[in-house]
Write a protein that binds this ligand. Structure first.
Ligand code: TTP
Ligand code: MG
Length: 404
């Protein structure tokens, strides 16, 4: 019987990405501690370079604490445009060896290179080529994990950072994995790890061998999933997608809608759905898009960009409403068949770091409006999406809302 050939998956992750771009652009910072993040009173560290990590500084730490730990470090505000530019080159390099690139963020991707070996040599050769291209074209370093599945490749890329290259063996896999701490199990976070530790389960080997009944109270119906991961098994495919470019919601009405107040209520409900997702993923949007289709299937999109990004419901709703009104001023009698709201130009919410406050955005968003979002998000998290909505959108709920 012919067994399918093992896959060759790479996980590539740039080292101290934002900070490395900064030192590369300002060579006088080379070798010195550099911390990138929000510099305001509620600022949080986005990343620190390796010389700064020596002082105990890490992502998501309050900036004030980072400054106490290493007062002489260079503290810089993120320059997202520049990081996106560099990221585009990094992804170009990935695409030069395979079309199967699954971007996870600006600095990280899975690559399935199983079919690339005829052109470019074995997986290790391909990984070395990617590292040297990144070095020569950008003057940056990346760490790469090579394995026969995604989970192991991701685990491996983190083992020898920075500038690492780790190839996970296909044979004697358990010897390699069993001593690993459970914190390296994808999906075991700081809340679950202590519960497993309380059961005396500290390593992959212990998860793999533990009785399902022992793990169940902590892992619930994910016991089998984690046991497979701990044994190094993961069947998921590399899905060639870029990180989110747009978040949008739209609705096709059962009967075309003409009433302005009703249309605005729908617009607000769609905006809420979009901004809630932005906040959940800790993103802000630079550009708001409104899509309108009339009964003859004429579709128009209107968009407008903001000076600073936002994920605040009222800020984005005000823009969406202005776009809608500008269309309506020319089509006051035209009924609407479909209405949509989208957010593009997405980037991580800054100032509080990705793991900081959920609700960060435009400095123009008033504090009270941001607080309102926080309250709504927490109520919706507890009671589901139908829990509570801003005043106007209570009316006229329909099915048919669609996510892209
Ligand atoms: P990571 O790859 O997690 O971190 P890193 O590249 O800075 O460092 P490492 O060498 O450990 O990979 O994240 C990539 C970028 O995403 C990072 O440079 C800054 C940003 N980021 C945040 O803004 N907030 C965060 O909490 C984290 C973890 C990252
Ligand atoms: Mg990284």
């Amino acid at each position: 019987m012919n067994l399918p050939a093992p896959r060759a998956i790479l996980h590539v992750d740039m080292d101290a990405f934002y900070a490395s771009v900064e030192t590369r652009d300002q060579p006088e910072l080379e070798g010195q501690p550099v911390v990138v993040g929000g510099l305001g009173p509620r600022g949080v560290v986005s990343t620190a370079n390796y010389p700064a990590r020596v002082f105990g500084i890490h992502s998501a730490m309050p900036m004030g604490k980072a400054k106490r730990l290493c007062p002489h470090a260079h503290f810089l505000r993120p320059r997202m445009d520049r990081y996106r530019e560099v990221s585009a080159v990094v992804f170009e390099i990935f695409h030069s060896v395979t079309p199967l690139v699954e971007g996870l963020s600006l600095d990280e991707a899975f690559l399935d290179v199983s079919a690339s070996s005829r052109l470019f040599g074995d997986a290790e050769g391909i990984a070395l080529r990617i590292k040297s291209d990144i070095q020569s074209r950008l003057g940056l370093t990346a760490s790469i994990g090579i394995a026969h599945n995604k989970f192991l490749a991701k685990l491996a890329s983190d083992l020898k950072k920075p500038d690492g290259l780790v190839h996970v063996p296909t044979t004697r896999l358990h010897e390699f994995l069993d001593p690993m701490p459970i914190s390296r199990l994808w999906g075991i976070g700081p809340r679950t790890a202590p519960k497993l530790k309380a059961l005396g389960i500290l390593t992959f080997g212990q998860v793999r061998r533990a009785d399902a009944a022992v793990l169940f109270p902590v892992l619930g119906n994910r016991v089998e999933h984690f046991r497979l991961l701990a044994a190094g098994e993961d069947e998921r495919e590399v899905e060639p997608v870029q990180p989110d470019k747009t978040i949008s919601h739209e609705i096709t009405f059962d009967t075309d809608l003409s009433n302005r107040a009703e249309l605005l209520a729908e617009l607000q409900r769609l905006t809420e759905a979009v901004t809630r997702r932005l906040r959940k993923r800790q993103l802000i949007a630079q550009t708001v898009v409104v899509k309108i289709r009339d009964p003859s299937f004429q579709t128009v999109t209107r968009s407008r960009s903001m000076r600073a990004g936002s994920n605040n419901t009222m800020t984005i709703y005000r823009m969406a409403r202005a776009l809608f009104e500008s269309w309506r001023s020319l089509h006051s009698n035209t009924p609407v068949r479909l209405l949509g709201v989208g957010a593009t130009g997405l980037e991580p919410s800054q100032g509080e770091g990705r793991q900081g406050g959920m609700n960060v955005g435009n400095q123009l968003d008033s504090r009270s409006e941001q607080r309102l979002d926080e309250v709504f998000d927490s109520i919706n998290a507890r009671f589901g999406e139908s829990g509570i909505v801003h005043g106007m959108t209570m009316r006229r709920r329909r099915d048919g809302s669609r996510e892209d």
